[in-house]
Design a protein around this ligand. Structure first.
Ligand SMILES: Cc1ncc(COP(=O)(O)O)c(C=O)c1O
Length: 388
């Protein structure tokens, strides 16, 4: 006797539809700004590279992930939450929002959570941008923002970096009547640099009140209380929305969990247009546990500090031009895209992935994520063999 599943499989085989013979041309359905969109290409998954290269292990230092893995406390919280996944998540994620509000000493209505900080960024763009509005940012920053703005069909204006840093003075001069959103990333991905409290104060004084500033602080924990870092939670500006994430120091990139903080009037609209059931219930449970897990936070920061200074010392010994970093990665400037491509390929053959930065507009640079001590050592050993 055939099972229901087998019957379904046979029906699917018989009714296979080849979409390429659809008579009307689907291209006309797609607006020009979507047709010309360059997608964000994350690194290839390790299993794919392992298969291609015929190797059985892989060191992934390409995506600024936490090499320690997720916190045990988050794993336990998800196990406890799992029997309830037949239910929809608590809409709005009240418990996690309350916990974040308490953590930052703000009101519940100042907090939005989403499936990654990038999802919140997408909702901010959907909520506030239309028509002739322009977004202003820097070259050499988070490409996810570029893709979201282009996908929305509005203009993106970019100011060059200055010494690998956001040039806030030049950005202030580039504000026009059309500027609606300014995106700042501090510390910046992929350069690892910060702008200081003093520089931010001088900049924000020149930003009109009706212009929204997105302050992306995905890596802020790694600055470890540096006094000159303008931690946005020590400020209260009505037109600044801060974005933070559980993907980096909390080791939960695959769960997709981030949050936004800001004026309740603006946060209210972001909450209104977000998909009602994001983030999922396991991510919400894990986030609550991770936020309380100060031991894990400390271990992550310690591993990062030790690994980052070891990598920086070795890059100096190798005579490489690296940019001192306030994050969990370091950018190295090789001066030529050929050198970058060659090193990237050679390291891949040895089972080590790092990130070439052509998509960020920095084709002469590579970005290396801080790994576990043995991973950092393997990278440095390989570089001693490969770099002349
Ligand atoms: C600067 C910056 N912002 C946002 C993100 C996205 O974070 P999330 O995983 O919370 O969407 C990243 C991810 O690499 C990032 O580097």
């Amino acid at each position: 006797m055939t099972t229901f599943i087998e019957q379904l499989a046979r029906m699917a085989e018989q009714n296979f539809v080849d979409f390429s013979v659809t008579p009307s041309h689907p291209r006309r359905l797609v607006p020009a700004h979507i047709q010309s969109l360059t997608p964000y290409l994350p690194g290839r998954p390790p299993w794919q590279l392992q298969k291609e290269l015929g190797i059985d292990h892989f060191i992934n230092l390409a995506s600024n992930e936490n090499p320690l893995g997720p916190p045990e406390s988050a794993l336990r919280a998800m196990t406890r939450a799992f029997p309830e996944v037949n239910r929809y998540p608590e809409s709005g994620g009240l418990l996690l929002r309350e916990s974040l509000a308490e953590h930052y000493r703000v009101k519940l209505n100042n907090v939005v959570i989403g499936s990654g900080s990038e999802s919140i960024m997408a909702n901010i763009i959907r909520a506030f941008l239309h028509g002739d509005d322009e977004v202003l940012t820097s070259e050499g920053t988070f490409i996810g923002l570029y893709v979201l703005v282009h996908a929305h069909g509005v203009a993106l204006k970019m100011v060059p970096l200055k010494n690998y840093r956001f040039d806030l003075e030049a950005m202030a001069c580039a504000i026009t009547d059309k500027t609606k959103i300014i995106y700042l990333c501090n510390p910046n991905n992929p350069t690892g640099t910060i702008f200081t409290r003093e520089e931010f104060d001088a900049f924000i004084a020149k930003v009109p009140e009706h212009v929204l500033v997105i302050l992306d602080e995905a890596y802020h924990e790694f600055t470890m209380g540096l006094p000159e870092f303008p931690d946005s939670m020590s400020y209260r500006y009505d037109n600044v929305l801060t974005l933070r994430t559980f993907s980096k120091v909390y080791g939960m990139a695959g769960l997709r969990l981030g949050y936004g903080l800001g004026h309740d009037y603006l946060i209210g609209f972001v909450n209104r247009i977000k998909l009602p059931f994001e983030p999922n219930s396991l991510a919400q449970a894990a986030g609550l546990a991770a936020l309380a897990d100060t031991d894990f936070l400390e271990r992550s920061l310690k591993n990062n500090l030790i690994g980052r200074s070891m990598l920086a010392d070795e890059f100096s010994r190798l005579g490489l031009r690296y940019v001192p970093s306030h994050t969990n990665f370091i950018m190295v400037d090789f001066g030529s895209k050929q050198k970058v491509a060659a090193l990237h390929q050679e390291l891949l053959k040895q089972g080590i992935a790092i990130r070439p930065l052509h998509a960020f507009g920095l084709p002469h640079c590579l970005r290396v994520t801080v790994g576990l001590p043995a991973e950092n050592e393997a990278l440095i050993n390989a570089m001693y063999r490969l770099v002349d």
